[in-house]
Design a protein around this ligand. Structure first.
Ligand code: HSE
Length: 304
């Protein structure tokens, strides 16, 4: 039988400083996907917005592969797939575009099957496709997430921050693949750096849950991945310093970068100044930027 659904999926920011491959947040910037399933073998792929010029129009398309995986997981035999997307999340910039594609494909297909999977089961499937859970978890559940692997299975705890946090994303005009950014990481880190990150990761969650934002400046430190990726994002330290100087609580690499993300609890006017300061600091390296002032999406993927 033919059936159609439209879903909206949020952008996500992962790591959030010290919480490498674990902490994440959903942001109010969305891709939309309309999926139609039908009998037969037809395949239609149409799209507008970010990346629409470069997306494969075959069954290799990531969204199509995710739709097919979901159908296989529930034993649905339909092979006729039509997708129409409208993308607002920039590609390969550290804002979870691949997770958005994966989650939107799985979730949309799940809306159209007789016996849908739970969100927890979707998290397992999505993590297996993405390779790590920290973007797919907030894309699915919304809010702030602590994702982790246990016995090969992804789990996540979802929470909402007590105080409003504005996320100022400075998106530079160059791409950085997650693969390349992961290849820059060392095989082992000094024990002291692991201790530093364990404390900051816990402190960040505590500060967000309690609303004690004075701790955010310390909580947004990281020694596990950012120092090793700095050379891939020219001007990173200067952009962090400019954001703090303009009133941000702190700033981090969003996911694997190259987007840099400032956390602002001092309100909209400060967030505007922080965006300008980050943009000016990036400009000194020759990079132009798009600034997004985002809030935390509390719902995750949903029917639109
Ligand atoms: N935790 C991942 C990384 C997020 O930093 O490599 C990017 O998808």
């Amino acid at each position: 039988m033919t059936a159609t659904v439209t879903v909206a999926v949020p952008a996500t920011t992962a790591n959030c400083g010290a919480g490498f491959d674990s902490l994440g947040m959903a942001c109010n910037l969305y891709n939309h996907l309309t999926l139609t399933l039908s009998p037969g073998e037809s395949l239609i792929i149409e799209g507008t917005g970010e990346g629409s010029d470069n997306i494969p129009h075959t069954r290799q398309n990531l969204i199509v592969r995710c739709v097919e995986q979901l159908l296989a997981a529930v034993g649905d035999k339909r092979r006729g797939i039509a997708i129409k997307f409208d993308n607002r999340i920039p590609l390969s910039r550290g804002l979870g575009s691949s997770s958005a594609a994966i989650v939107s494909g799985l979730y949309a297909a799940n809306c159209l099957v007789e016996k849908p999977l739970s969100k927890q089961e979707l998290l397992s499937l999505a993590t297996a496709i993405e390779g790590h859970p920290d973007n797919v978890a907030p894309a699915l559940f919304g809010g702030c997430t602590i994702a982790y692997m246990a016995d090969g299975k992804a789990n996540c705890l979802v929470y909402q921050p007590k105080q409003e946090v504005i996320l100022v994303a400075a998106v530079p005009n160059f791409h950085l693949s997650t693969k390349k950014a992961r290849e820059a990481l060392p095989a082992a880190v000094p024990f002291g750096d692991a201790v530093y990150n364990a404390s900051r990761s816990a402190l960040l969650v505590g500060a967000l849950l309690s609303g004690e934002s004075a701790f955010l400046a310390d909580a947004l430190g990281d020694r596990l991945h950012q120092p090793y990726r700095a050379h891939l994002i020219p001007g990173m330290e200067a952009v962090f310093a400019a954001a703090k100087q303009a009133g941000a609580d702190g700033a981090v690499i969003s996911g694997a970068g190259p987007t840099l993300m400032a956390f602002v609890t001092a309100g909209a006017a400060v967030a505007e100044r922080v965006g300008e300061a980050m943009s000016a600091a990036f400009a000194k390296t020759g990079a132009s930027t798009t600034i997004h002032r985002l809030s935390i999406d509390t719902q995750g993927v949903r029917r639109a």
